[in-house]
Design a protein around this ligand. Structure first.
Ligand code: AMP
Length: 175
């Protein structure tokens, strides 16, 4: 089975979670399969055309492959978390949601000025979260080399929000 088929046959659709009308893409069964995890990490690394200085992972499922990729490349891994979770001094960025707003944070010493980073999350939907993470990266004087997702929900056009940061957007599978 090629990687795309292997991922698609492993990811589970959960209808009406967390609310009616949403089909939640549950990636947790991927983590039961160590070989599939290794293939995913290797595929992300194979697609880099430039070595990043760090990987930035978005809470919480962006930590999973983001950290494995960073560790395999031997580069730092940086956590983006929801406001109020990180213990040290932070920079924050507030962004609009469909209803209301959300705030994310990163430790202020997590990235050095001029670094080029890859942002990781499990899934690209509207792109709002990843765009906000890109703005946080910019606030620390670093730049976004690209975005990595396991899954892209193409019908939500999330890429449009990310191209201001980078048009290097990888989704290993598309729906
Ligand atoms: P967005 O900011 O709209 O691109 O939403 C992306 C974030 O929401 C990611 O962190 C995903 O984990 C989560 N997400 C959004 N839609 C789904 C979905 N249908 N299935 C699983 N996760 C989702």
């Amino acid at each position: 089975m090629n990687l795309e088929e292997a991922i698609k046959s492993t990811v589970r659709d959960i209808p009406d979670f967390p609310k009616p009308g949403i089909i939640f893409k549950d990636i947790t069964p991927i983590f039961y399969d160590q070989k599939l995890c290794s293939r995913i990490v290797d595929e992300f690394i194979a697609r880099f055309d430039q070595r990043p200085d760090a990987i930035v992972g978005i809470e919480s499922r962006g930590f999973l492959f983001g950290f494995l990729v960073a560790n395999k490349l031997g580069i730092p891994f940086v956590l983006v978390r929801k406001a109020g979770k990180l213990p040290y001094k932070t920079v924050s960025h507030e962004y609009d949601l469909e209803y209301g707003s959300a705030k994310i944070e990163m430790h202020e010493d997590a990235l050095q000025k001029g670094w080029k980073v890859i942002i990781h999350d499990d899934l690209l939907a509207t792109g709002g979260t990843a765009e906000a993470a890109g703005n946080l990266v910019k606030k620390l004087g670093a730049t976004v080399l690209g975005f990595n997702f396991v899954i892209g929900l193409d019908f939500l056009n999330g890429k449009n929000k990310l191209i201001n940061h980078s048009n290097n957007i990888t989704c290993l599978v598309h729906y």
